[in-house]
Design a binder for this molecule. Structure first.
Ligand code: NAD
Ligand code: UDX
Length: 463
């Protein structure tokens, strides 16, 4: 089958950037990204590419280069499915919030909807690619739906998980550590794998394109995220011990990271990891292990989440304790709301949970984040359902300018590692704050000696 047209279902943080890069590197292919969300598609089609719905360094220029040429964003899901030879499924797979597996299992209802829609519309053979992160053996369910509800055409299912991290999506996509493609071991399966290999081979060296069976590929994605998150929980667990003993977690991380067997990446102690993937994917892994009766395996990985929840909680507790055991009526300013720098994504951001804890203590929260607005902040708090939307709105205010946000604050909490925070005029901020002026650096980005010289009571993670 000659590949000329690709469809991607889901125009989110993965579908949008991934397809934009494929379009840039494969000008001979027509790529249509579809979504049910009209507002999101309209934003992707905004004349000014600075207004696309996802902020990622470098993304808007790739979209400007390809959109309307060989990259299209549309709500016409059926048309895009019908004309494509390869269909990527890149829809969200959140944790279930109801029924069996509530709070742990992946909710596959959007995946199933895609499969049913593909089956209904397809009039010729298709390759269906799992780009979303899925529980191991999901391809079996997708195949069953496609084969039993389709029009008698042949489907090949591939697993091609995405390893990009937000904030560095474009460079990760342009220069990936590896591309993973899992498929059937049959001749038809191998042909489908080769068709996808040929697309990536337009810019990825062959030795970085790994092919496996479908189940290894599905499980490798959950495993990679579990290993990455485990490193953060490991270093965060030790940050607490450093605070008790006088050791410094930055020094410890450097010392152990220079061992090439350990490696230096992902050893940054923090207020706790956030993002849409780590928690959901580990919970999913735990659920899968439990469903096979592997309780020790399940408990082992669950500890990564328990440690992360503890790290967030103890950060909020430390603020309350340091501010003389009460923050009631006090103004606490958050620098940063996004779950990491260089993204406008706030899903599972530590800031949300810390704000929630401090509002319970009747603090007033002021926020400055260069890419997140008040509407999003309030929506994140409302989603927790701890209190009414009116109460959240009364306790939380966001600012367009960091100096206004810090004016009159009792304490500042640095929750995201945005680079601009380091370069602020910290003397000016200090002068405008209540005294003693406290800074809780949840990202260890500020210089302790300089902050103390200005007069701040400065507390970092793990030292
Ligand atoms: P997202 O929520 O940003 O985007 C998903 C999009 O799919 C939404 O716009 C939604 O409207 C759309 N959608 C849902 N059902 C649909 C349907 N039936 N038809 C058409 N559109 C539909 O999610 P995301 O962050 O892009 O994640 C997508 C998948 O990729 C998830 O499985 C996630 O685990 C995985 N992943 C995410 C990242 C990341 O950094 N965000 C990285 C690697 C893998
Ligand atoms: C993650 C994986 O890295 C990526 O490969 C996968 O495809 C999707 O999930 P993402 O969640 O976008 O990517 O960002 P990541 O860089 O992994 O950061 C996740 C969280 O961990 C952030 O809150 C970040 O601040 C935190 N983190 C990361 C630390 O606290 N310390 C570190 O050393 C690294």
């Amino acid at each position: 089958m000659e590949i000329t047209k690709i469809c991607c279902i889901g125009a989110g943080y993965v579908g949008g950037p991934t397809m934009a890069v494929i379009a840039q590197k494969c000008p001979h292919l027509k790529i249509t990204v579809v979504d049910l969300n009209q507002e999101r598609i309209d934003a992707w089609n905004d004349e000014n590419t600075d207004n696309i719905p996802i902020f990622e360094p470098g993304l808007s220029s790739v979209v400007a280069e390809t959109r309307g040429k060989n990259l299209f964003f549309s709500n016409d899901v059926e048309k895009a499915i019908e004309e494509a030879q390869i269909i990527f499924i890149s829809v969200n797979t959140p944790t279930k919030t109801y029924g069996k597996g509530k709070g742990m299992a992946a909710d596959l209802k959007y995946i199933e909807l895609c499969a049913r829609q593909i089956a209904k519309v397809a009039k010729d053979n298709k390759i269906v690619v799992e780009k979303s992160t899925l529980p191991v053996r999901t391809a079996e369910a997708i195949k069953s739906i496609l084969d039993n509800t389709g029009n008698g055409v042949q489907f090949q299912i591939l697993s091609n998980p995405e390893f990009l991290a937000e904030g560095t999506a474009i460079s990760d996509l342009l220069n990936p550590d590896r591309i993973l493609i899992g498929g059937d071991q049959t001749p038809e399966g191998q042909k489908a794998i080769q068709a996808l290999v040929d697309i990536y081979a337009n810019w990825v060296p062959q030795d970085k394109i790994l092919t496996t069976n479908v189940w290894s590929s599905e499980l490798s994605k959950l495993t990679a995220n579990a290993f990455l998150a485990q490193r953060i929980s490991s270093i965060n667990a030790l940050s607490e011990l450093c605070e008790k003993t006088g050791a410094d977690i930055n020094e410890v991380a450097r010392a152990i990271g220079m061992d090439t067997r350990i490696g230096s990446k992902f050893l940054k102690a923090s207020v706790g990891f956030g993002g849409s993937c780590f928690k959901k994917d580990i919970l999913n892994l735990v659920y899968i292990a439990k469903s096979y009766g592997l309780n020790e395996t399940a408990d082992y990985w669950e500890q990564v989440i328990i440690m992360n929840d503890h790290q967030k909680k103890r950060f909020a507790d430390k603020i309350v304790k340091t501010l003389y055991n009460t923050v009631a009526g006090k103004k606490i300013t958050f620098l940063g709301w996004a779950f990491k720098k260089d993204t406008n994504d706030t899903r599972e951001s530590a800031a949300i949970y810390i704000a929630d804890d401090l509002i319970n203590e009747q603090a007033g929260i002021c926020v400055y984040d260069p890419k997140v607005n008040q509407k999003k902040i309030l929506a994140d708090l409302d989603y927790l359902e701890t209190r009414s939307a009116a109460e959240n709105a009364k306790s939380t205010k966001s600012f367009e300018n960091p100096y206004d946000a810090c004016q009159g604050a009792h304490a500042i909490a640095v929750l995201t590692e945005w680079e601009e925070f380091v370069d602020y005029d910290w003397q000016r901020i200090y002068d405008a704050m209540q005294k003693p002026a406290f800074v809780f650096d949840g990202r260890n980005i500020l210089n302790k000696t300089e902050m103390q010289k200005i007069g701040f009571v400065y507390q970092a993670i793990g030292s």
